[in-house]
Design a protein around this ligand. Sequence first.
Ligand SMILES: [Zn+2]
Length: 507
Amino acid sequence: MTYKLQPIYQPGGRSVVQSLRCVRCSKLTKSERLDPSCEGCGGAVLFSGQPASFPTRAELDGSPAGVWRYRAFLPPVSLGQVVSLGEGGTPLLRSQRLGKELGLRNLLIKDESRNPTGSFMDRGSTVLLSLAKGRGVRECDCVTTGNLGASLAAYCAKAGVRAVIKVPPNVDRGKLYQMLAYGAELDATPGRRDAGRHGEALSVSASNPFILEGEKTTGFELAQELGWKLPDVIVVPVGTGGHLTMIWRAIQELRAAGLAEGSCRLLGVRLGTPFIGRRGRGSGPGDGEGEPSPAELESEPLFGAEAASSVSESGGRTVEVSPREMIEATGLLARTEGIFAEPSGSSVVAAIERAIEEGFVGPTEMVVCVITGAGLKDTRSVTKLAREARKPEPAIPFGGAGPAMGRTKVELLRLLQDGPGYGYDLRAKLSADRVMSTASVYQHLTELEAAGMVRRRGTVTAKGRERVFYEITGRGTALLALAGRLEELAGRGANPPSRRRVRGAFR
Ligand SMILES: [Zn+2]
C-alpha cells in the first residue's frame, strides 16, 4: 500500500521522502512507503545520508531519557503522534562480579531486557508505529519468530492498530504469550500468507528501515550514559545484522555531530549450529527438548554484509559461540549480575570470555555488552538451565583411597593425563554436557591440588593474561587407574575403557 505523502518537517530533521540505499545492490530508492524495498532488486533498504543539523550535548542531556530524546536523528514524527510505552533509557550497569570472573576491570552491561516488552525491538516499534498511526494505518501484518512479534503486538495495541502475526509452530512460548496477551491475531498456518487477503495492511519485518532507525538509539544512549565517551569495545549479538549495523551507524553519526569522538571496536557474536548433531542423537521424546528454540537459531542474516563491514570498519571481529556456551553464559550472567537474559542475548558474555582468551580484549579496556532480550521469553532454555542446576554431581568414592570424586574432577584428571593444561583450555575440552565457567574449572583444580591429585606446573603470561598450568600427580594417575578398574567391575566393558565410555560410566 502506498501512503499519501504528508510531509512533516522537523527542525533540523529530515523530510518524509528520503533516500534509501539497497543493502544488496546499493541502488538508491526514493520512497514514501512505510515498508519500502529496493526498486531495482527488491532487497532490504536502509536510510542514507545524515540529518541536516545536529543537536548539542546540552540539548540532549536536557531532554528526558528514552528513544525520542534522539528524535533529531530519527525519521520525522510530530511529538503529538508518538506511540510510546517508555522504551529506551535502559540502564548501563557497571558489572562487579561478572567482570571479576572474566578478568575485566571495566565491564558494563547495557540491559535491553528492561524495555517494555523485554527486548531492544521496542526501540524500533515505537518509531514505526508512531509513523503508521500518523498515516492512518489500520492493520500491521508480520511474520516473525519472536521478539519482533511481541514488540509489534504491544505497540499496535497502544496505537489501536490491528496486528496479525504469522508465527512458526516452534515459536518461543514466552513470546507467544506476549502476542496473545497484547491482543494480536495469530496465524500459525504453514506456508506463505496469500498476498490479497490483507492488501491494505502494512507488512512489517525486522528489515523495516524505520524499525532499524529506532535501533540506532542503543548506540546513542550508551555513549551519552558514558558522558559522551565511546567504550573500547561494544559486544553485540549479530542476529539479522540489523542492530549491530545500526549501533555502528549511531557511532558514526555521533562523530559526525561532534558529540563523541575516539575509536570503538565492535565484537559481533554469531551463534554456531551444532544442534544438527544433537538432533541426530534424538534426545527428548517429543518434548522438543532436542530442537533448537527459535531464539537460538539465527534468523536469516539480512544485513550480514552490512554487519561484517561495520565490524571490520571498527577494527573489530566476529566470534561464534555454541549453544552450550550460550546456555552456560545465561546462567553465569544471572548468577553474577542478577540479569536473566535470553540465551541469544547472553551469548555476548561467552564471546567476551573467548575474546579475552584470544587477546582481542585487554583486561583494562572498557567493554560494554549489549544484552538484547529477557530470559523468560524463551522457556525452553529456562528448562535447560533448570536441568543443569538441579543435576547433582554424582560422587565416586574411591574405596578409601581418596576423597569422593565428582565426574568433573575425574574428567579433568583424564584430560591432564594427555599433558599439562590451564583453566580455559580444559573447560573447552570438557564433554559437551558439562556446563561451567572457567572459574569453576579453577575451583575444581584447586580442590584436586589440595587432595594431591594435581600440582601447579608453572605460570605462562600470554596476551597480558596469566595462565596457571596444572599437571597430574602420581596419586592422580593411580586414582584414574582405580576408576578404570571400578568401571570394569561394574560391567561397563571388559576392554580398557575409551574416554567416551568412561564418561558414560560416571554419569
Ligand atoms: Zn537492490
